[in-house]
Ligand binder design. Sequence first.
Ligand code: BEZ
Ligand code: FE
Length: 302
Amino acid sequence: MKAINEYTITDAATEQMAGTPNPRLREIMDSLVRHLHSFAREVGLTPEEWLEGVRFLTAVGQKCTAYRQEFILLSDTLGLSALVNALHDKRARGAATKSSLLGPFYRQDAPMMKLGDSIISTSEGTEVVFYGTVIDSAGRGIPNALVQVWEPDETGNYDLQKHDPSVMDLRGRFHADAEGRYYFRGVCPTGYMIPMDGPVGDMIRAQRRHGYRPAHIHFVIGAPGYRELVTALYVAGDPHIDSDTVFGVDESLIVRLNRTDQESPLPDLPSIHYDFQLAGASDAMSGRVGADPSQLTGRVGA
Ligand code: BEZ
Ligand code: FE
């Protein structure tokens, strides 16, 4: 029998898992265990610290509900979601718009609307028209692409943070026209602090981070035969554009509000123009780092 010490424990643990029939599960668990052990050795983890970590993860789980996903928030604030997005983008076949965080406020049952409709139902805020074209890697419009959109109100809160879940505000789904063009009305995006009333907020405060996201609006865009795009547009000039708490901003996703846009389908309103590019579908895997939280509960062992 081999003595178990701080080094041999790693091989002992990975050898026990070596018979895992699913090769991808085997690869992931082997690497996870090796990195976890290296981490514990590197910091000289004490029993008290290990227990504090267990308490923290327990609190993260206890904060989750059908409308709140604290584990996704943890992944976001550790930069893991942005890293998974970057790895996903690298696997794209052809040019495409960069991914950005789905975040915890996506809902898959947003109302279906007509082009030009307003997603504003209860909130007030400066009305803006968002418009552009959904194109493929060669720049051709993608007819009928499905554009899902959601944004916070002028106080920086999503509908789920202010209302009963039956109220939908500032979210909608649209089909692009035969040339791939979309347009709809919403509010000018506002920056906000991520939910700070849970264990992730405690972590952010302990690290002396500000907790803000710069002003943005979210999009999930898809069409048959294309890779679904999960992204967001960020408004230039926001004070937190270079220090997003969840690392979602890319230069290519920064947009400007145009107050004199004669190309806009609604030229009397300020506009934000952006063309989204979708890559061809190279895999069946979703690009969503996250989900509607109500879809994540009660599925253990499913
Ligand atoms: C969001 O943009 O909705 C979001 C993303 C990550 C954490 C919190 C909020
Ligand atoms: Fe957001």
